[in-house]
Design a binder for this molecule. Structure first.
Ligand SMILES: NC(=O)c1ccc[n+]([C@@H]2O[C@H](COP(=O)([O-])OP(=O)(O)OC[C@H]3O[C@@H](n4cnc5c(N)ncnc54)[C@H](O)[C@@H]3O)[C@@H](O)[C@H]2O)c1
Length: 318
């Protein structure tokens, strides 16, 4: 039997690092691709290709050479950086996805594609708890690209028979790699400021509630959705998945249970406007019913895991 070969595009990023580790520890054959070298020590012995996902020829060549069967396409411009450079964000997010979907159609050896969407597909008008088929009028370049990307995924599935699967991730919190320019980055960065002596300065309002998820659950979501039988999946676009919702203040008060001297101040910048357009939570019953989505980590467990990780590693941006 031909062995599955998993390829992560955008493997050196926040999610890619943790997904790569998850697949490696599960004993899967793995190829990493990015425009940045991986830095996490446990990933350095894996095959790595310096590939720009926007360069179709080179991407197709290396996917073919490694006989890749499963692609996880994670390379993207995130919400805050996307607002600052809309042309770059649109080009990367759209061209990269269309290259991957087109190559997956042209190469029968590629059996499945995972591409993450985001809560950013929702916007003002989606309501505090966004329904699976809720109103989607995104207010950011990033959100527009994810919304259109979902439609492209559905089109390639229906018209080109590409088995592409997607979830709408909330803000992700993990300890192995720094965040890449999103609106929820504060919830990762704050852990590097504990014990500094100065108050941590948060760029969102203290009470801004957003849906959030521990990276362990985010990796489980990708692997769980990819493992599901296609026939069980009713959603042609991206599944809502919910783990927990919290505000900066709720996160910081939980941190204070571990570090009583921890101080913070909230001085909102342009990212508050982005966050204000996103829902507080997602209604995810379809994901739970179709492929057994069941998050494990709540806010106290998330903070405990991040505090423990802090003690055993260098600062994320070192
Ligand atoms: N992190 C979150 O909170 C979050 C939330 C919702 C959805 N997502 C989605 O998950 C995916 C991964 O996000 P992340 O947080 O790991 O992002 P990230 O910015 O940390 O990582 C992206 C990686 O893509 C690489 N990359 C950039 N341009 C590239 C190119 N042209 N070719 C190849 N590689 C390139 C970068 O070097 C980086 O290593 C993205 O699609 C993102 O939209 C993330």
């Amino acid at each position: 039997m031909v062995r599955d070969v998993h390829c992560i595009i955008g493997a050196s990023g926040q999610l890619g690092t943790e997904l790569a580790l998850g697949l490696k520890r599960a004993g899967e054959q793995l190829v990493l691709m990015d425009i940045k070298q991986p830095v996490y020590p446990e990933l350095l012995d894996l095959p790595f290709e310096m590939i720009d996902v926007c360069e179709r020829g080179g991407l197709a060549d290396r996917l073919g050479a490694h006989r890749v069967t499963h692609v996880y396409h994670l390379a993207a411009a995130l919400s805050a950086r996307g607002e600052q450079d809309p042309q770059w964000a649109w080009n990367l997010n759209m061209k990269g996805l269309l290259n991957v979907l087109d190559i997956a159609h042209a190469m029968p050896g590629i059996r499945q594609v995972f591409w993450p969407s985001s809560i950013a597909v929702f916007g003002p008008g989606s309501g505090p708890i966004a329904a699976q088929s809720g109103h989607r009028l995104p207010a950011t370049v990033y959100g527009i690209s994810k919304n259109v990307g979902e439609h492209w995924c559905a089109w390639y599935h229906q018209n080109r028979n590409v088995d592409v699967r997607s979830v709408r991730y909330p803000g992700l919190v993990g300890s192995l790699a720094p965040p890449g320019g999103g609106t929820t980055d504060y919830a990762v960065e704050v852990f590097d400021h504990i014990g500094e002596g100065l108050p941590y300065r948060c760029f969102l309002e203290a009470g801004e509630v957003l849906p959030m998820m521990h990276m362990g659950d985010a990796v489980e979501a990708a692997l769980g959705l990819m493992a599901a039988p296609r026939s069980a999946l009713r959603c042609a676009e991206a599944y809502n998945i919910q783990a927990m919702s919290f505000s900066p203040e709720e996160l910081f008060l939980e941190i204070r249970r571990h570090a009583p001297d921890f101080a913070f101040e909230c001085i909102p910048d342009f990212r508050q406007d982005i966050a204000a357009g996103w829902p507080d939570g997602l209604e995810d019953s379809m994901a739970r019913a179709d492929w057994g989505w069941a998050p494990k980590v709540d806010l106290p467990a998330l903070v405990a895991s991040m505090m423990e990780a802090r003690l055993s590693r260098l600062p994320l941006n070192a």
